[in-house]
Design a protein around this ligand. Sequence first.
Ligand SMILES: Cc1cc2nc3c(=O)[nH]c(=O)nc-3n(C[C@H](O)[C@H](O)[C@H](O)COP(=O)(O)OP(=O)(O)OC[C@H]3O[C@@H](n4cnc5c(N)ncnc54)[C@H](O)[C@@H]3O)c2cc1C
Length: 420
Amino acid sequence: MNFDLSEKHQMLRESVREFRENEMEPLLEGIDPDATHIPKKDEETLQEKAKKQGLWAMGIPEEYGGRGIGILGRVISLEELSKHRLGLYNPGLGGVKLTPGIRVGSPEVYLDTASDFLMDRFIEPTLRGELQSCFALTEPAAGSDPTSMETRAVKDGDEWVINGQKHYIGDAGWCDYGILFSKTTVDGSDEGITCFLIDSDNDGWEMERQMDVIRPFDPFKVSITDLRIDDAFRLTEVGDGFDLAASGVRSGRVTYSAQHIGVATEAMEMALEYSRERETFGKEISKRQAIQWMIADSAVDIHSARLALYDCAWKADRDIDMRHEISMVKLQSSEVLGDVLDKAIQIHGGKGVDKELPLERWYREARIRRIGEGTSEIQRRTVARNLIKDYEPVDLLDKVNEWPTINPSQKQRRIDLGQR
Ligand SMILES: Cc1cc2nc3c(=O)[nH]c(=O)nc-3n(C[C@H](O)[C@H](O)[C@H](O)COP(=O)(O)OP(=O)(O)OC[C@H]3O[C@@H](n4cnc5c(N)ncnc54)[C@H](O)[C@@H]3O)c2cc1C
């Protein structure tokens, strides 16, 4: 068994690190950490530089014009990009925008299902960094259990009429289009969940309010009232929306976990450095066993969570089922992140909660990470059910096994991503 990263992956890590240190950090230095967006011109500058350095659209398969770095490559890149003062707090600022701004981490999910019309209108401009989407799955009656969804699309000739409500939707207030999941009715019969792409200037798509949560990068509540769209805006086959949601959520768990490991590593290193500098009662606090144990426990947790994540990504790259593992990884990495940040804050004393350092911001965001992309309880439930093999009626988000594959009809389509 060889745990070494390949030369290709080591070089990738090095180039992403250099990009973060030489391009991102100086440019983002003066930005208000509570801002929800990087100024447009700075974002464009970063995107241009990423394109020039071959760091744009890294997760897009090569046959579509991307770099095709695979899941492990994406994990390593995100881990490096997240080691930044804004890294976890706001994914838009922390680097996910450098992989195109599709709300969940894996654009191939959409390449797999989009028609030529949807590719031209939404997906390709998104991959070039021109459009931003939001992922609208959760609603007041349906979070962990999306089968309770009440949003409904009724087929009316060649159109759909959609009514419902979504909440806690990140980016919805400023995105160009929504990836909307809705139950569907055709000729009076319930046809399950389907996914549609909705222009955000559609009259039936209304931002009800921004939801005031633990961080300033707030999600939104969206009302969908008599929203009418042509059937061409349907992203999946009727009734196949859950498969796409499952792929999207699973991919988001990989993205999340990579960020967790990156930020936890950075927090631990900050704590280590501070413990060597700070003296109390005549010696550095790093010489105290109480501090050493916090550092040791953090290092052990990060090391095991990183190995578990790499194992999962390695399997995904080989089309080996990693559904069981990704639940363990998302659960472990989000909890490790919270624990490591808590210890890093403690080691910094008062400075730990001072807004001058990123620790308190990371800590608030880390609290969300045990809820978003499937709560810790839902991950434990999935892991236990996989082990016990005593399934209750199938949870649809657990249903899809395979990592999304490329739709053969799209395979020849090469996208101009503006790479140099
Ligand atoms: C800041 C933020 C951003 C978000 N962004 C998005 C987004 O962009 N798009 C989107 O679609 N959603 C988004 N969400 C929603 C998020 O995915 C849901 O909040 C999450 O899935 C949990 O759903 P819920 O809030 O309805 O909690 P519930 O499902 O009601 O769960 C409540 C509690 O019960 C527990 N629980 C539920 N079922 C079980 C069970 N079977 N066994 C044991 N315990 C159980 C849960 O773990 C939790 O502790 C976001 C949420 C937040 C807070």
